[in-house]
Design a binder for this molecule. Sequence first.
Ligand code: MG
Length: 164
Amino acid sequence: MMDVRVGYGFDIHRFVEGKPLRLGGIDVDHERGFEGHSDGDILLHALADALLGAAGLGDIGEHFPDTDPRFEGAASSELAAHLVRIVTDRGWTIGNADLTVVMEKPRLTPMKERIRRNVAALLGLDERRVNLKAKTHEGLDAVGKGEAAEAHVVVLLTREEEEE
Ligand code: MG
């Protein structure tokens, strides 16, 4: 029997002046970046939580506490790669990832393919198994006013069920 698990992750960060913008592990040319202890990469943080959720391993805060100075300014792609290893070491195969970014500015369209390909590489997946959707918040609330951006990610994990 195949064990099939779905995981969901969410993240939101404020924009701040004077910080580079990194999204899905890609540096984006923009005047503001994400506030946070790490690079604030909302997409990889949501991805990390989706992986952990599917594997039943808690959340990103338990694995990388933001009070821990070792993770100050940490590249989220390294954290995500570490979690991919944790999950695959436990016998899980990643089936696909479906990612959504909710952001007013900058527009995601010009960098969408680069981000999608980078996330696929990070997950060790064929590019066709990674989907990236770009939404705005229609001018509503903090995300709509461009004060913050958020990401939502769903991943599927499968593994051969162990014999009882
Ligand atoms: Mg975060």
